[in-house]
Design a protein around this ligand. Structure first.
Ligand code: APR
Length: 258
């Protein structure tokens, strides 16, 4: 028997319809329906013998740059081979229906941007912003031939920085590294000033990002979770919409009359 379509509480629909300052905070779950492996699921094939938290560190890049660069290029190839889903599109559309919307993501893919969202706050960086591991200058991706083999999942030597010759690194935040200061400050300010905080597709386990819904709660915002599974936030969120983001988000906008 197919489950009944999720119903949106009328009070929530009214809150969204009247919202002035909305924060949308996303995690890997919003990209799951585009077929993007979540952080821990990305360890298939060559990478299956690695532990993600061991690969995603400055130490791993220093010790095995080809393996680490190859893994991130493989993940970038995965992203480039997929499309934004209905959740990304609904979030992009929502920005046109409310006076102010800040989109904060923990994801390193560019699916929000490709769905039409702008000024996306990437707390954990981006697969699409490589930079020099020494002088930090933004870098260009290598020629297509290097990218062409990336989807096979192979070790690839990182290109050298055109300015100082050091290896180019992925533009993501690794374990043990700080979040980008401006992104984190913008995210905290938005969470503390919003009246509605939509928490979509995150396990809310990784700090400091997981503090953001708690900041919003303390500031008096209505906090809504969209997740097929329970998370540590369930007891504190005002609404827990138990469903897939690609199904729930279009229904949420429809219920608000958007
Ligand atoms: N719609 C909504 N949520 C979903 C969907 C879906 N279709 N599919 C899965 N989810 C939920 C899962 O139930 C889970 O709670 O998405 C969440 C994904 O949790 P994680 O895999 O822990 O991803 P995330 O919360 O983004 O992790 C935060 O931790 O792995 C590191 O740096 C990495 O940015 C990442 C951070």
């Amino acid at each position: 028997m197919t489950p009944a379509p999720l119903s949106i509480p009328p009070a929530l629909a009214d809150t969204l319809a009247r919202a002035v300052n909305v924060v949308v905070f996303t995690g890997a779950g919003v990209s799951a329906e585009s077929g993007i492996a979540t952080f821990r699921d990305a360890l298939t094939g060559l990478w299956s013998r690695f532990d993600a938290s061991a690969l995603a560190t400055p130490e791993a890049f220093a010790a095995q740059p080809d393996i680490v660069w190859g893994w991130y290029e493989w993940r970038r190839a995965q992203v480039d081979g997929t499309e934004p889903n209905a959740a990304h599109r609904a979030i992009a559309a929502l920005a046109g229906h409310v006076p102010a919307l800040t989109l904060i993501t923990q994801n390193v893919d560019n699916l929000h941007e490709r769905a039409g969202s702008s000024n996306v706050v990437h707390l954990h960086g981006s697969l699409h912003a490589p930079r020099c591991s020494r002088c930090a200058r933004p870098a260009a991706f290598p020629a297509d031939d290097a990218h062409a083999i990336a989807h096979e999942g192979r070790a690839i030597a990182p290109p050298a920085c055109a300015h100082c010759g050091a290896p180019i690194r992925p533009g993501v935040v690794w374990f043990g590294e700080s979040l980008p200061t401006d992104a984190w400050q913008a995210a905290q300010a938005a969470a503390e000033q919003c009246d509605l905080f939509l928490c979509i597709g995150t396990s809310a386990l990784v700090y400091p990002a997981a503090q953001l819904p708690l900041h919003a709660l303390r500031a008096g915002a209505t906090v809504v979770q969209v997740n097929p599974a329970a998370t540590s936030l369930d007891g504190q969120a005002h609404y827990n919409l138990r469903g897939a983001a690609a199904e729930v988000m279009p229904r949420l906008l429809e219920a608000a009359g958007f």
